[in-house]
Design a protein around this ligand. Structure first.
Ligand SMILES: [Zn+2]
Length: 270
């Protein structure tokens, strides 16, 4: 057994709810916590104090304020506690107090885990994700790029860039747990069902998510395997999705990119 390796235990990940529908992901071990995209400092400080942890690291996926707004206050909080804090963020975006700037294939060690960085331009120009793949499981922290049943809006990047970014995520191991930054699943699945009304996996998942949400439970994390079955933005090569896109844009070519472009535009108005 590889019991002396540090990188073989499952990650312990907990959701901290923020704003209306954001999840700040807290990766913890017995003593420490790393926070992914802490847009709001106070909910994080409450979590840290409740669980009696030391804040060790902040991992940022992109520059939007609902992902970065808590950095300054958390930094001051750590200074007062005399804890050493490292802020990691995308090299190509302006992140406040970023200590380590990251891009494609960089590797970092945080708590007991090793993360590989994946460049994912599209939602913003410099968006990155953090991917941990160890002996027992794989986890992806992908901010606002891939959501369950959907994908991020194109604020800074092109449809081509976003499609390429999503195709990189679709190649990750099927069992990868996907920790995205918003609980948008129900609304995304309503849209997905208009694109693929006969997709059995999608219909089943919609029932399951409605049940979870009615009990106040999160639908996240999802998995790469599930998203490939139900997420229209990962299925633009499928005839069913291409046929639905054609209904909206009769002049389009039935390519993966034109299908993606068409349904992404449609979703913006849905
Ligand atoms: Zn964003």
């Amino acid at each position: 057994m590889s019991s002396n390796k540090t990188n073989n235990a499952p990650l312990n990940v907990q959701a901290i709810k923020a704003f209306n529908d954001n999840y700040i992901w807290a990766i913890t071990n017995a003593k420490q916590v790393a926070l992914v995209d802490p847009g709001d400092a106070q909910v994080c400080i409450d979590f840290i104090e409740q669980q009696q942890l030391y804040l060790n690291a902040i991992l940022i996926t992109h520059h939007h304020p609902d992902h970065t707004g808590g950095i300054e206050k958390l930094r001051v909080y750590c200074q007062q506690k005399k804890w050493s804090l490292t802020v990691y963020g995308p090299a190509n975006e302006n992140i406040p107090h970023c200590d380590v700037k990251l891009s494609e294939n960089d590797q970092i060690n945080v708590l007991d885990a090793g993360f590989k960085v994946i460049d994912l331009p599209g939602h913003t120009a410099g968006h990155i994700a953090y991917f941990d793949n160890n002996d027992t499981e794989a986890s992806l922290f992908c901010g606002d790029t891939l959501f369950s049943g959907g994908c991020g809006r194109l604020f800074e990047g092109s449809a081509e860039q976003m499609l390429h970014s999503l195709s990189k995520l679709a190649k990750l191991p099927e069992h990868t747990k996907v920790y995205c930054a918003h609980e948008y699943t129900q609304a995304n699945l309503k849209f997905a069902l208009t694109i693929e009304p006969n997709n059995k996996a999608l219909k089943d998942y919609y029932i399951k998510v409605n049940d979870l949400r009615s009990k106040g439970q999160a639908s996240i994390p999802t998995t790469i395997q599930l998203e490939k079955q139900i997420n229209p933005f990962l299925r633009c090569h499928q005839l069913t999705v291409q046929t639905s896109a054609m209904q909206l844009n009769k002049s389009m070519q039935t390519t993966e990119l034109e299908t993606f472009t068409t349904i992404r535009r449609w979703k913006d108005k849905f």
